[in-house]
Design a binder for this molecule. Structure first.
Ligand code: MGD
Ligand code: MGD
Ligand code: MO
Length: 761
């Protein structure tokens, strides 16, 4: 019997979730041969006393007595708990050059890393090495640098608070603030854009706010795929009749219709809930024009004598209203409609929904942050909320939906290339060394430093830097110039193969696994996207006897690099309680009494002053900030230009590809595709599913082109394209980023499309 491959593209017309999701969960456990073990772990995931899902940062619903996992959480777990192992034999069989020829999917499939490996240039193989030898090599390289700023210390958001905190102390005592972080490519516009406006760089909502909201806006976020547990909140809100407005250039399936896999009746009856009451098919980068249009409706109605703003709130809590009014009223309706791609009538409907609601939540994801002016765009989201006093009352606030499960926590505990003076003073008082005061590198700056030769060492605490960053080809060149690259990781990835003269792969204990040290069983803590800090205790046996917890790795790197350290690393290596005491000492405002408070079954919430209508800004007010114009990206004057958004499929976790399918978008067996409006395709004389190339429009003289992409007819707005991250990262210029946050504009790459005549064999 020949194995029939399903067609490459078959539009998906079912509701998202439901039996499709339940089936996919079972299948993934089966594939990784972890049915029994996986099920045991799933029962402990996101439950009090268990561990935090290694997938996304959405909070647990502690008041509901149900399993708190979703299809994609189960996938993340199955991939982590997999029975497959990368052993020394794999590295003995293949040179690094041979491994480079394998796909990322294949690398991932090899399973968990099991022992430390060191690159041997003479044979082009990774060879086993002792942990002591690995730390000694790191120590030697770091000590040999002319100055500490020649090292780059990357962090990805899976690292728990305890390890991230010690890492930030180690690196500062070593003498640099070079902390490129996955957050720099993600929610940094939140961290940098919101503080001048509302005084905090975090979200202000908690889970309960979904229950009190009278309207919910979901902007630039593919909820059903990337934060599936949030679907429960949307379903519940919808059943209460709350209007939900989704703003997205892609009509993401789960935002249209969803079946709650945990709803027994819906599952049995094949029922589903219509999620979105208003789908706003915005152009890429059109959100600013939409928001200004909504505000224009409000100011126009005010001018006609109606009261639609919260005047008491505005008078007591804000400054800057008049400048905003002037800017917004000056925008021309035709321009608003052209740039947003949304008819005036629909903008008025959105404004009406917003005005009628006494409590509104606005959630957003990468569709808002990854633009050249992402940070300032978020300030306009804050303005919209401020106009109706949507802070500091139940059911209202701003909700950046964070990515990695501890990406927010890592930043809170010190992973920050631009630390505040106040924080540095605390570090000095608590530890007794002088931390460097000069700002360090974010991701883009770290690559520039590698390229110009000023960086020599790269240490990656988790993540897959090389495939997460822009400009893949230049990033490869950058990495290959280094003297030492270190990948501290659970799984083999491309970053371990694109390496420096010396290179190490250091395997770690994963989130779902227990940490047993000579001081007993330890737990770690994480902070979710709504500022709840909870304990996480793994329940599975570690992948091998030779993997180490991240905390121990940090301590031993520090001991090797800093022989005269003022920090008693050995005291923290096996005992995490004292680390939390240090966190409390450095951050008394939010973390005082950490060890007592973490005893509570559901953890605790870190104070977010705007929830109390307190604004930690220099003037003590919420600042209404003006952003002129309607564009969030530099205008490209080229009639051929199309805007490309790089997005995630339903079957990947960032750079980890689970399969080549993207169920809800109807794509099978292929990721080298471009989603495009059929009219745009016809206008270019392209046939159905034509093969094309994309070339970036830039003025830096570098040609960035990807060939062999298949065009799929998809309900995209005119002029908008979408394709997959990380495959399309070679098209994203290093220099194309938000100047305030450093975040690459991965959702708005200007490109030209060409028909490809030479079909590959
Ligand atoms: N299963 C799974 N879960 C994940 C991840 C994963 O890869 N897989 N990654 C985690 C991480 S680190 C993060 S940051 C989050 C990411 O989660 P999301 O923020 O959902 O990320 P993306 O898939 O990159 O894109 C989001 C959406 O932005 C839309 N978009 C593109 N351009 C625009 C625009 O100009 N305006 C608007 N309004 N929308 C636009 C896209 O169509 C897409 O629906 O998810 C986290 N959770
Ligand atoms: N073009 C484009 N580029 C993007 C994006 C985009 O939308 N478009 N999104 C950006 C975003 S939002 C993000 S967050 C970044 C993601 O960038 P990263 O965080 O660097 O990438 P990941 O793919 O999440 O990293 C996966 C690796 O982490 C390791 N790992 C997994 N769990 C653990 C653990 O518990 N501990 C340790 N030490 N290692 C672990 C595994 O070895 C795995 O291979 O990519 C960014 N890049
Ligand atoms: Mo992210």
């Amino acid at each position: 019997m020949s194995e029939q491959k399903p067609p490459r593209y078959k539009p998906y017309n079912q509701p998202a979730g439901g039996w499709g999701a339940a089936g996919a969960t079972a299948k993934v456990l089966l594939q990784q041969s972890v049915i029994g073990k996986g099920s045991k772990a799933l029962l402990a995931m996101n439950q009090p006393g268990g561990f935090k899902c290694p997938s996304c940062a959405f909070p647990d619903a502690d008041h509901r007595k149900k399993l708190e996992f979703c299809e994609n959480g189960a996938k993340a777990l199955a991939w982590e708990a997999t029975q497959h192992r990368v052993t020394r034999e794999l590295f003995a069989q293949h040179t690094v050059t041979e491994l480079m020829a394998q796909t990322d999917y294949w690398l991932e499939q090899q399973g968990r890393l099991t022992e430390p490996m060191r690159y041997d240039a003479a044979t082009d193989h990774y060879v086993p090495c002792e942990w002591d030898e690995a730390f000694a090599l790191i120590g030697r390289h770091l000590q040999a640098l002319d100055n500490p700023d020649q090292a780059e210390f990357y962090t990805s958001g899976r690292t728990p608070n305890e390890a991230a905190f010690l890492y930030s102390i180690f690196v500062r005592e070593f003498g640099t603030n070079n902390f490129p972080d996955c957050s720099n490519m993600c929610h940094e516009p939140t961290s940098r854009g919101l503080p001048p406006a509302i005084g905090v760089g975090k979200g202000t909502i908690v889970l309960d706010d979904f229950e009190h909201a009278e309207a919910i806006f979901v902007m630039g976020q593919n909820t059903g795929t990337n934060s599936p547990r949030m679907m429960s909140n949307l379903v519940e809100a919808r059943k209460r009749g709350v209007p939900i407005v989704a703003v997205n250039p892609m009509p993401e399936r789960a935002l249209i219709r969803f079946t709650e896999p945990q709803d027994v009746v819906q599952m049995a009856t094949f029922g589903s809930t219509e999620i979105t009451s208003e789908f706003v098919h915005v152009r890429i980068g059109g959100d600013l024009a939409l928001i200004k249009g909504m505000m224009k409706v409000m100011f126009e109605r005010e001018a006609q004598g109606e009261s639609v703003l919260d005047h008491a709130f505005l008078a007591e809590h804000t400054v800057g209203l008049e400048a905003l009014r002037e800017d917004v009223l000056a925008q021309d309706w035709d321009e608003i409609v052209r740039v947003s791609g949304i008819a005036q009538e629909q903008i008025r409907r959105c404004a009406e929904i917003y005005i009628r609601s006494q409590a509104t939540v606005i959630c957003y994801g990468m569709g808002l942050t990854q633009h050249q002016q992402g940070s300032r765009l978020l300030q306009q989201v804050a303005n919209l909320l401020l106009l109706r006093g949507n802070f500091g009352k139940p059911g209202a606030g701003i909700g950046p939906i964070r990515g990695h499960s501890n990406v927010q926590g890592d930043r809170t505990v010190g992973i920050d290339e631009k630390p505040t003076a106040r924080y540095l003073d605390r570090v000095q008082q608590v530890f007794g060394f002088d931390p460097p005061r000069e700002h360090g590198h974010h991701v883009v700056e770290s690559i520039a430093a590698m390229l110009d030769g000023s960086a020599k060492v790269f240490i990656g605490m988790g993540g897959n830097f090389i495939h997460a960053v822009p400009d893949t080809e230049r990033a490869y060149q950058a990495m290959r110039r280094l003297e030492l690259t270190v990948g501290i990781a659970t799984k083999l990835n491309r970053g371990h193969l694109v390496h420096g003269r010396d290179a190490l792969i250091l395997p770690v204990v994963a989130r779902s696994e227990w940490i047993r040290t000579p001081k007993g069983e330890q737990f770690v803590t994480i902070e979710d996207a709504m500022s709840n800090v909870t304990a996480s205790r793994g329940v599975l046996e570690p992948a091998s006897d030779h993997v180490l917890p991240e905390v121990e790795i940090v301590c031993r790197m520090a001991m090797a690099a800093l022989p005269d350290s003022k920090v008693d690393w050995a005291a923290y290596m096996h005992d995490y309680g004292p680390i939390r005491d240090l966190i409390a000492a450095v951050y008394p405002d939010i973390y005082a009494g950490f060890n007592e408070r973490i005893q509570s079954l559901h953890g605790f919430h870190l104070d977010i002053p705007p929830r109390r209508r307190v604004w930690p800004t220099p003037n003590g007010k919420a600042n209404i900030l003006v952003m002129p114009g309607l564009e969030v990206n530099a205008v490209v004057d080229d009639p051929e230009m199309l805007r490309l958004a790089t997005v995630r499929s339903h079957d990947q976790y960032n750079t980890t590809i689970y399969s080549y399918n993207d169920r809800y978008r109807g794509v099978y067996n292929d990721r080298m595709v471009v989603f495009m409006n059929i009219e745009d395709r016809l206008a270019r004389g392209l046939g159905k599913e034509a093969l094309v190339s994309l070339e970036t429009i830039s003025d830096d003289g570098v040609t960035r082109r990807i060939e062999g992409l298949t065009v799929l007819d998809y309900p995209m707005p005119r002029g908008a394209l979408a394709g997959y991250y990380p495959e399309l990262n070679p098209l994203l210029p290093l220099d194309y980023y938000d100047r305030i946050s450093g975040t690459p504009a991965a959702k708005s790459i200007p490109v030209r499309m060409r028909a490809q005549v030479d079909l590959p064999a």
